[in-house]
Design a protein. Structure first.
Length: 202
């Protein structure tokens, strides 16, 4: 069987966890590496992670244990999902993602080889973005490898703060709806928010 093309889902597999790391996002993070990836990036540091059956089955008991470990470490600033690609199996990743977010209350970073725009256009994957604070998107590109980058392997990959991005998109759409023409995405400053407030009062 070709794991990358014919695997149809099922239980997630856990490659490894790193209980404390400063390499996978801001602060001290608990990193969870999930198996399965379709991108097959040349130069990938761990091609064994491409198979969705690598590692060990992520049973309910194992998830319970991971969450208790996270909740028991008060030094942690957040949880990071990596792989593989966590979005490989959105059907099973979604419940895990939501449970970790709700039960730990910590910020969530997630690495994926998909572009943010691709996830938004995918009805299976887009809903998962609700539970993620920061998305590091895009495939690893060997020719763009840069060891000086923080939290990324190649310069094409983006660190996207999703809550801020959604706020910008909504502000731009609202302003455009008031006949202000094409509005570029921007960080909503106090000035622009005040202007928006005046528009809404008019």
């Amino acid at each position: 069987m070709d794991d990358l093309t014919t695997y149809l889902g099922g239980m997630l597999h856990l490659l490894k966890v790193i209980p404390e790391t400063i390499l996978d996002g801001d602060g001290i993070r608990y990193s969870i590496y999930l198996a399965g990836c379709r991108h097959a990036c040349p130069g990938c540091h761990n091609p064994l992670s491409w198979s969705p059956q690598a590692g060990e089955p992520l049973t309910e008991e194992l998830v319970d244990r991971l969450i208790e470990e996270i909740k028991g470490n008060f030094l942690l600033d957040g949880v990071t999902f990596s792989g593989g690609d966590p979005f490989y199996n959105p059907t099973d990743f979604g419940p895990l993602l939501r449970r970790v977010r709700e039960e730990t209350g910590l910020s969530i970073w997630c690495y994926t080889g998909y572009l943010y725009e691709e996830l938004l256009a995918d009805p299976e994957r887009a809903p998962l973005l609700e539970w993620i604070d920061v998305l590091v998107d895009g495939p690893f590109e060997k020719r763009l490898y840069d060891p000086t980058l923080s939290f990324r392997g190649s310069s094409n990959q983006r660190i996207i703060h999703l809550k801020e991005t959604v706020a910008r998109r909504r502000s731009a759409a609202l302003l455009s709806g008031f006949g202000l023409g094409h509005v570029r995405e921007y960080a909503p400053s106090a000035l622009t928010l005040s202007a928006l407030h005046l528009i809404l009062r008019a």
